[in-house]
Design a protein around this ligand. Structure first.
Ligand SMILES: N[C@@H](CCC(=O)N[C@@H](CS)C(=O)NCC(=O)O)C(=O)O
Length: 200
């Protein structure tokens, strides 16, 4: 059985775990600490990043978007729309949500891994602007939640969960009612969100 290396706080991992659960795919999961650079992880993924999916044939797949495409194939194409235009929109939504995560993580890592006197505030501010612009774009183009969830929606939900986990003080819901509504409707359509969203 495939095995997913992940961490509970990781938004990219949460996206993949939620999608796998939604599709009912039998995938084992194992937590890893990327800072320890465990052999299990770095021998499979030279980048030492999660999520990494260990496949039955002994090979490994990364990153999260490549894994999502594999989940789509494993499920008989149930994770992304078949219609070309809608599929492109779902993939763009995922890219944007992941990109917002990149900007959020850059801020977390800047503070976590650099000595306090070397933290560069203009860099933090630039990353925060990227995230804010991304959220504003999502507010203007909030995804509609129907009975068919897509990879893009799992990505947005995982990113919002990460915002709550690490940036709760920014009050991202203020002024973004459509994004807040997406969150509520997504949580109703996929109750496992409560347990699979990024956790500290
Ligand atoms: N583009 C990658 C990003 C993965 C990523 O940056 N994951 C973080 C955890 S949320 C990580 O592994 N960080 C450890 C590191 O960068 O060394 C993806 O979509 O999977």
């Amino acid at each position: 059985m495939s095995r997913l290396l992940y961490s509970p706080a990781s938004p990219y991992s949460a996206k993949v775990r939620m999608a796998a659960a939604w599709l009912g795919l039998p995938i084992e999961t194992e937590t890893v600490n990327t800072n320890d650079e465990p052999a299990l992880l770095v021998d499979s993924n030279p980048l030492g990043k999660i999520p990494t999916l260990l496949l039955d044939d002994g090979s490994a797949l990364f990153d999260s978007r490549a894994i999502m495409q594999e989940l789509d194939r494993m499920s008989g194409r149930k994770l992304y729309p078949r219609n070309a235009q809608k599929r492109m929109e779902a993939e763009r939504l995922e890219a944007l949500a992941d990109g917002i995560c990149d900007a959020l993580l850059a801020q977390v890592y800047e503070k976590r891994f650099r000595p306090a006197e070397k933290v560069h505030q203009p860099w933090l501010d630039q990353q925060a602007r990227k995230a804010a612009r991304g959220l504003d774009w999502l507010e203007r183009n909030a995804p509609r939640v129907t009975t068919k969830l897509t990879g893009g929606q799992f990505a947005v939900a995982a990113m919002l969960g990460y915002l709550d986990l690490r940036f709760g003080d920014t009050n991202w819901r203020r002024g973004r009612p459509r994004l807040k509504r997406f969150e509520t409707r997504f949580a109703a359509a996929f109750p496992e969100y409560a347990t699979l969203r990024p956790q500290g």
